[in-house]
Design a protein around this ligand. Structure first.
Ligand SMILES: O=C(O)[C@H](O)[C@@H](O)[C@H](O)[C@H](O)COP(=O)(O)O
Length: 247
């Protein structure tokens, strides 16, 4: 199932996203010992952290089951301002929800190389895969160039991300700084149950049209599609990001 939910502004978009995350957790919970949630970086960090307190009471009883991973992460120290983990920590996301930090699977930033960092992260990801061989809920952002996670257009990360059988690959020369990153690959992204994209602002409008109307598969984000009949792909978009859809 694929759906686009257009809200009038960024705040409403994030509210709708948080409502869907909460419902997905409620749906999955009866059958699950634990539920994996993949986080992305960029603007999503602040947006999610500012809205999530409103969902705290509904989420409270599920918190012990939640396991957080990162859909991609920058290979920088864990207390570096570019670290997505640090971004969520410093915006109080985990503390607001009382998530024990041992349930947050961050990269080993002191791995000697980004390749070793990717291999180590993949090893720890394996125990979190669900029976479909994917994750439960992935929260995805999209860049103005159409990248998602650290899978960039016209870049080795994209072809490798499409073809690799690894869960996690290393990126050495990301066009968006910082250059060294690790990222999930498409097969594991697309094996996941709930794929929630969040796109706000008119900087995303052209890409949203090329993905949702033109179905342009040269754009990495357009290749995010659940493989399972029950898989859900939902785009949470504000009016400015949706402005090219009706023209
Ligand atoms: O680490 C990163 O850079 C992200 O994980 C990246 O994939 C992000 O989600 C998009 O670039 C959208 O970012 P914005 O919402 O800030 O445009």
């Amino acid at each position: 199932m694929s759906e686009a939910v257009i809200s009038e502004n960024a705040t409403k978009t994030i509210q709708t996203l948080c409502e869907s995350i909460t419902q997905a957790i409620e749906n999955l919970s009866p059958d699950r010992e634990f539920i994996t949630i993949g986080l992305s970086g960029g603007s999503l960090i602040k947006q999610l952290s500012s809205e999530i307190p409103n969902y705290k009471s509904r989420l409270e009883k599920y918190i012990p089951k939640l396991r957080f991973i990162f859909c991609d992460e920058r290979y920088v120290p864990l207390d570096h301002e570019d670290s997505t983990y640090f971004g969520f920590l410093s915006n109080q996301f985990f503390s607001i929800l009382n998530v024990p930090l041992e349930n947050v699977y961050h990269i080993k930033a002191d791995a000697p190389t980004v390749d070793e960092c990717a291999r180590d992260y993949e090893t720890r990801m394996k125990s979190l895969l669900n029976k479909n061989g994917g994750f439960d809920i992935l929260l995805l952002g999209i860049g103005p160039d159409g990248h998602t996670c650290s899978l960039f257009p016209e870049h080795k990360s994209f072809t490798e991300g499409l073809n690799s059988t690894n869960i996690v690959i290393a990126v050495h020369d990301s066009p968006k700084p910082p250059p060294q990153r690790v990222t999930l690959t498409f097969s594991y992204i697309n094996n996941s149950n709930y794929l929630f994209f969040c796109a706000v602002g008119d900087g995303k409008a052209d890409m949203i049209k090329r993905i949702l109307i033109d179905r342009d598969l040269s754009i990495p984000s357009a290749n995010v599609r659940p493989k399972f009949v029950n898989g859900v792909l939902k785009w949470f978009i504000d009016q400015p990001a949706a402005k090219a859809l009706s023209s």
